[in-house]
Design a protein around this ligand. Sequence first.
Ligand code: ADE
Length: 330
Amino acid sequence: MRLSDRQPGRPALAGWARHPRTGGAALRIDIVTIFPEFFAALRVSLIGKAIARGDVAIAVHDLRAWAHDPHRTVDDAPFGGGPGMVMKPEPWGEALDALAGPPAGLVAGAPARPGQPGAGGSRAGRGPGPVPGSGAVRGSGAEPAAAPVLIVPTPSGVPFTQAMAAELAGGAHLIVACGRYEGIDSRVTEYARARMTVREVSIGDYVLTGGEPAALVIVDAICRLLPGVLGNACSAADDSFGAGGGPMSGLVEGPVYTRPRVWHGMAVPAVLLSGDHGAIARWRRDQALRRTARNRPDLAARLPASALDARDREVLAAAGFAAGGEDVAH
Ligand code: ADE
């Protein structure tokens, strides 16, 4: 979405609809980026429906709305030299103040200064305007807001995991800061740490063009765990990695099949047609153990002995792993 497509004073994508039962979305996510249009993908599929229902409130904000020079500059040359540009701290500091409330000592809810986002500056339509739900209170206005968690996608962050997605899905307010170029001036996370938890996270050992694709991945992984987002309440429990301690805990999922029973001469494994739920569960676990040993020996090596029964150990041993997941074949 181009900025000019937006209504003045509205975030590029907003899902601030009140939840019919709870009176407010369970989770609020603010995404700050210089490419708001990147997040149009959140409008589709299960996350789009969750936004429409009010199960999650997502607003996407253009960082440049908090840059005040005529060119709305957000980057500058790195101190100490080197290639590339670094994102300037000032727009980020203002964005965090607007979305999380000002730091202690400043009055929450004080009117924005003229020219600041939310103050109806001279470039109507470019700023995000007043941020619904921001400030020191949330919901009805009585209870103090929980401190937001600031998520900064970066290749130098800690690995993003299913367990982290589950933890973040249990929060109330997330702010996602999408960096570009060589990254964001380090003082921004220092500034944020004084009043919120900061999680610098990497989605994998490769470098993307910026934080936006990683932010999409992170937001998707979190939102699909919110109550009501997946049609079948059990499907998250059966996920690969199974953060909730379900049958797939520490494992990747095995193969799946649907109709027809025979396709190009290949038949669906007979056990899946047997109606024997115990046998099917055992077969699925065997397959998950084998696939984990083959594709993710790092995970197989970390399986705790206490989580493995005799059959698990047999399957793992046949795949080259000793009891407890220790790799004996590699
Ligand atoms: N930004 C660039 N590369 C990234 C990665 N691998 N994970 C998270 N954020 C990133």
